[in-house]
Structure formats: C-alpha cells, structure tokens
Ligand binder design. Structure first.
Ligand SMILES: [Zn+2]
Length: 105
C-alpha cells in the first residue's frame, strides 16, 4: 500500500471518529429533575457524551450559578496557592513535595 493511500485511509478513519464523537449527544437538565427541573426543551441542553461525563465528574449535580460561584472561589484560591502556575506545574510541585515528605520519614 502506498504512503498516499495509507495516509488517505488514516484521514478518513480520523474524520469518521470525529463525526461519531460529534454525534454522541446527551441530554443535560439545566435545572436538575431532582430539584424540580422539568423534562422540557427549555430545560435541556445537549452535550457531547464525554463533556457531559466530565461536567458531572467535576461538578456533580450543581447548577450553573453554583458552578460559576465555585469557579470564582477556586480561581481566587488557586492564585493564592499556586500563583500563575498551570495545573500541571502545580501537580509537579505537589509531587515533589510528596517525594520530599516520603524521603524525610
Ligand atoms: Zn447532566
């Protein structure tokens, strides 16, 4: 198989994967049904399955206002604790601190 044919196949496969990913939409209730939110179009947004899962992993069933307040608080606290570090840089600091603690025992 020529490199060009192989490349075209890979490209088609990647496009197919992207299309499939886009098609996996899930329904998210703006106001939770357990808080009295209705199962109506006005109360539903569609999120890609992966994004929906991440939302609930991070924010459980909090509503948009609660998440906005949480993010503002987290931003303030983050700046105090880690300044302008990225998540990855902060994780590296914590990993190094943890290693130092282990060695000190
Ligand atoms: Zn949801």
């Amino acid at each position: 198989m020529s490199e060009a044919v192989l490349s075209a196949r890979i490209e088609r496969t990647e496009m197919g994967k992207r299309k499939k990913r886009r098609e996996k939409l899930t329904r998210h209730h703006i106001k939770n049904t357990c808080d009295g939110g209705k199962d109506t179009l006005r109360n539903i947004i569609y999120l890609r399955s992966e994004k929906h899962q991440h939302w609930h992993n991070l924010f459980d069933n909090k509503d948009f206002d609660e998440v906005a307040i949480l993010l503002l608080k987290a931003d303030r606290i983050w700046k105090v604790l880690f300044g302008n570090k990225t998540f990855e840089e902060a994780a590296q600091v914590l990993i190094r601190a943890s290693e130092m603690k282990r060695r000190a025992k």
